[in-house]
Design a protein around this ligand. Structure first.
Ligand code: SF4
Ligand code: MG
Length: 314
């Protein structure tokens, strides 16, 4: 359904272009939850914004292709983009719950999206808004509430209702629950999973919270310094991480249900992406680095069925 092929994004800075996304390829199939993992600054959000065509200078797409249901997303004009965003792909951001308009009721904000795209009569639009609130676990009687009358978790549910308003086949969720407490996070993710089963949409799921990602994703791509370094089904990745970076990420949380701890598995810091390290970009931090790691770029290869890794160890 979504195909991203050899995508390159640069941020043009006075110091030189920052290679934020460097030749990333992946696809998402109908009904699938595809996770993008990696430290902040690895390029995850940039990919999401590139797919939505929401990048603005100094960020520039310098290469590659994005196709959605066969349509060339990078070639769409404004009218096509208007239909594509919300109608085909919607997006839920971490900060979205704070982006709700404080002077409009939640019902008005949901019907606004419905109005602009579906042109339903007022009464039907309001009925659909109430239905959507119910779907995301909010009493439809709250339809005339203002955002400040709702908790953070409820506001984020409203944002999800807006994202579902036009029944899009793909939802991009970039840290959708990060601003919420752990219990509410879990509740909302479980609800999204149920909605996904019912409505059949796919999800591109971005989070720095690896335990949440492993639990809710079907497949996961692990990003390091603008590249996907490992790609595998979630369970396989969790049980059998191959890339030393993925192993570091996995070591940094004790168990999938246990308490979260800060990243401690990987010493060092992500590289300067104006001049990334030669060879394998992870080599300055890698406990297994060999001589050729600093000169030869490892390519993503299928080591086992559906399990891809870019590392000279394999
Ligand atoms: Fe480490 Fe070398 Fe593999 Fe890179 S290619 S992750 S430096 S072993
Ligand atoms: Mg981000």
């Amino acid at each position: 359904m979504l195909e991203v092929e050899k995508l390159h994004v640069r941020y043009l800075t006075p110091r030189g272009p920052v290679r934020a996304v460097d030749g990333v390829s992946f696809n998402i199939t109908p009904g699938e939850v595809f996770g993008l993992a990696g430290e902040s600054g690895s390029g995850k959000s940039t990919i999401a914004h590139a797919i939505m065509r929401l990048l603005h200078p100094p960020a520039v797409i310098t290469g590659g292709q994005v196709h959605f249901g066969g349509d060339d997303v990078l070639d769409m004009d404004d009218d096509e983009l208007n239909e594509f965003r919300w109608g085909q792909v919607s997006m839920v951001f971490q900060s979205a719950m704070n982006a709700l308009n404080p002077v409009l009721t939640v019902g008005e904000q949901i019907t606004d999206v419905i109005d602009r795209h579906l042109h339903l009569p007022k009464k039907e639009a309001r009925e659909r808004a109430a239905f959507l609130l119910d779907l995301v676990g909010i009493e439809p009687s709250r339809i005339d509430s203002y955002p400040h009358q709702l908790s953070g978790g409820m506001r984020q549910r409203v944002v999800i209702a807006i994202a579902l308003a036009l029944n899009p086949p793909l939802m991009i969720m970039d840290e959708p629950t990060t601003a919420l407490d752990v219990v509410v996070q879990k509740e909302i993710m479980q609800q999204i999973e149920q909605l996904k089963e019912k409505m059949g949409f796919s999800i591109l799921f971005i989070t720095h919270d690896l335990s949440l990602m492993v639990e809710f994703s079907d497949r996961i791509g692990v990003m390091y310094a603008g590249e996907i370094v490992e790609l595998a089904p979630a369970k396989e990745l969790f049980e059998n991480p191959l890339h030393p970076y993925t192993q570091g990420l996995m070591n940094s949380f004790p168990s999938i249900t246990g308490p979260k701890v800060k990243l401690t598995g990987i010493p060092g810091a992500p590289p300067d992406m104006v001049e990334p390290p030669s060879g394998c970009r992870f080599h300055p931090r890698c406990p297994h680095a060999m001589e050729k790691c600093s000169t030869i770029v490892p390519r993503l290869q299928e080591i086992k069925p559906e399990h891809f890794v870019a590392c000279h160890l394999y």
